[in-house]
Every structure is written in C-alpha cells, then in structure tokens.
Ligand binder design. Structure first.
Ligand SMILES: [Zn+2]
Length: 374
C-alpha cells in the first residue's frame, strides 16, 4: 500500500501522558494555566460530554466551542459564567472549531445572551453582543445545514445507502427516518461572523494563538496553537478514540482519509514533546506527535483489513465487520456506513480497488490485484 510517508523525527515520539485523572464537573471551571480554563459540558448522546476552553483577556472571555443546544449544556454554561472565577468578566468572543452541533450548537444563543455577558463594561459591548469567530467553511456549512432542514430523506441520501448495499426492511425503514437532528441541536447560527483561517494569529490576553487548519473529520476544522505550548484541537486530535470520517451523500466520492492523514502528519510536526493537547473530548494530554502517529497507523490498519476483505467483491455494508471487528450497535449503523464509504473512496482513488454497479443499484467493490503480487 502507498502508506503516507511520515517524516516525523523519532525523538519527538513521547509517551502519551494525561494531564489529569478526572475532569471538572458540569458548571465547574478548572484553570489549566493562568488565563486558560477548562469546562466540561454534558451531552445527551452516546458521547456523554464535550470539553470547551475559556481564554482570558482584559476585556472579557473567549469561549472555544459551545456544546449542543440542550437544556443541560445551557445550564452548565450559565452556572459557569454566573458563579466562581468566570463571573468576573463578560463573554466577548466565541470561537467555533468546526460545524458539528456539539461544537457550535450554542453559538447563536451565546452571541445574543445578555445573561452571560456579566455586567458588560461598556455600552458598546452591551449593544454589540459577543463576536462569533470561525472558519468560512464552518459558518457556511452550518448555515446551509440549518436551512436544509427536511422531514424525510432526500433522493441523494436514499441512493447513497442503496449504493452501500442497504436493502429490504432496512431500506424501507430508512425511507421513513428523520434524516438529521442538526437543526434541533443548534440555535440559529449568527448571521455575521469573523473569519479565521490558516496562519492567523489571535492575540488573546497573554497568549498568541496561531490557527492551523485540519481536514477529514470536518472541512476546514480550526485548531489553535499557543505560543506557550498549548493546542486546542476540537475533534481533530483526540485521545482514546478516532475521529469519525463520515462521507456525506452531498459529496459521495470524497476522499476524507487522504485529508485526514495529511493533517495528522502536519500536526505531528508542529508539536513538541511538551505540547499540551486540549481536546474536544476526553482528558488533556502530552504526546501529540505520538497520538498523531497512532491515528495514522490506525487508519492504515483499517485500510489493510478492508483490502484483504476485498479479495472477493463486496458491498460497503458487507465490509463493516471486517473493518470494525466488533459488534456494531444499531445507532452506529449510518455513521459507520458513511465512514466505510471514505475508506473505499480512498482505496479506489489510489487505484487499489475497483467497483461495479449491480442490478440492485449497489456498488460491488473488489481488489485490483493479488496482495502478494505487490
Ligand atoms: Zn466533530
């Protein structure tokens, strides 16, 4: 296989070291370093929490990511910003790392929420509200998804799962399912925003944060690298789990795996052995380069399993067991199908597999050559 050629120096590969044994409770804030705070918000999904980070400047707080539009997330934020250390300044800026609901779901509510601005110091701030900063793609995608709310799956979504090999009762049930809960988990996205992009430097309080863009999990995903060794990674680099790389029916041929591998390799080189990763989920840790290497290796191992399986023709759905090697829960079905698409597209574009459209409109994928001929 044409595995990505990593040029990461071996001496950068430190052990992965968690910074804490446990996380702050909902509504509590933990100061990781002067002017840098960690909050944990509860989620009602299978992923039961999200980490958000609060950056201090003399004028107020910048909140990086927001949680979903749920009563429990709003309550945790209101508690955090009305009590304790965070109550002493107004919330002036909200940064969204990427468009997923748990990361920007409350941006609109926060921008317009006077109760979270804690006695704003100036009339201008009171009138202006907080400023929403994110990448252009994040803002556009979120606005688009919010406007594209629909009750039943569209034709392209049905074709997508049919091409994956969904059939019979499962396909009939898919016709009737609500396609997305994006709108219910996201308050109206602010109509205006400030764009952040690759190479921007945000001066917030005593730190300068450089923006580096990742891809694969979400298009134009912002990560923030401070000049004193912290990196806020959203879902781009996570400990303990791989970020989901779901292909969307709107771009069924997308090769998200290539984008993901390129981002992991680039971020590993940006990190030093002392860089502290502040992830969107799980516990902050050191060992960013090692984690990026693990993520690359995990992807390559999954691709190898898939390639082995495709010695005989299979639909995408027929490949799930070979790639995931565990009993998948019913709620994981659509996500894993979307992710398998990504693996197949990647191998297809590398010329290692081919596909044929079968009579039932599913694609059959198969390897182009015997592995021991390589
Ligand atoms: Zn995400």
């Amino acid at each position: 296989m044409n595995a990505i050629e990593s040029t990461i120096q071996p001496d950068k590969l430190e052990l992965i070291r968690p910074l804490y044994d446990s996380a702050p409770n909902p509504g509590e804030s933990l100061e990781i370093a002067p002017g840098l705070w960690w909050l944990r918000l509860p989620l009602s999904s299978t992923l039961d929490h999200i980490n958000v980070y609060v950056l201090e400047s003399k004028d107020g707080w910048t909140l990086v990511d927001t949680g979903s539009n749920t009563p429990i997330c709003r309550a945790a934020l209101e508690t955090a910003f009305s009590q304790g250390a965070l109550a002493r300044l107004p919330l002036t800026h909200i940064i969204g790392t990427h468009y997923h609901p748990d990361h920007i779901g409350l941006a609109g509510w926060l921008v317009d929420s006077p109760s979270l601005r804690n006695a704003p110091r100036t009339e201008r701030l009171r009138q202006r509200g907080a400023i929403f900063q994110t990448t252009r793609t994040c803002w556009l995608q979120a606005r688009l998804l919010q406007m594209d709310d629909h009750d039943l799956p569209r034709d392209e979504e049905l074709k997508f799962v049919q091409a994956a090999g969904m059939k019979g009762m499962e396909l009939a049930a898919f016709h009737r399912r609500a396609p997305s809960d994006f709108s219910s988990l996201v308050t109206p996205i602010p109509a205006t925003y400030q764009r952040i992009q690759q190479g921007d430097v945000l001066s917030i309080g005593q730190r300068n944060w450089t923006i580096h863009i990742g891809n694969g999990h979400a298009a134009e995903h912002a990560t923030l690298w401070s000049d004193d060794g912290f990196v806020i990674t959203g879902d781009q680099i996570l400990p303990g789990m791989s970020s989901n790389l779901s292909v969307h029916p709107s771009e069924p041929e997308a090769d998200l795996v290539s984008e993901w591998l390129e981002s992991c390799d680039r971020f590993a080189k940006l990190a030093t052995s002392e860089t502290v990763c502040l992830p969107g989920h799980n516990i902050p840790f050191r060992g960013v380069a090692t984690r990026c290497q693990q993520l690359i290796a995990n992807q390559e191992a999954a691709l190898n399993r898939l390639l082995e399986h495709l010695a005989r023709p299979h639909t995408a759905i027929d490949c799930l067991a070979a790639v995931y090697r565990r009993q998948l829960q019913s709620y994981e079905r659509n996500t894993t199908i979307a992710e398998i698409y990504g693996f197949l597209n990647h191998l297809y574009l590398r010329g290692e597999i081919r596909r044929e459209l079968a009579g039932d409109m599913s694609y059959l994928w198969y390897r182009t050559k015997s592995r021991n001929c390589e």
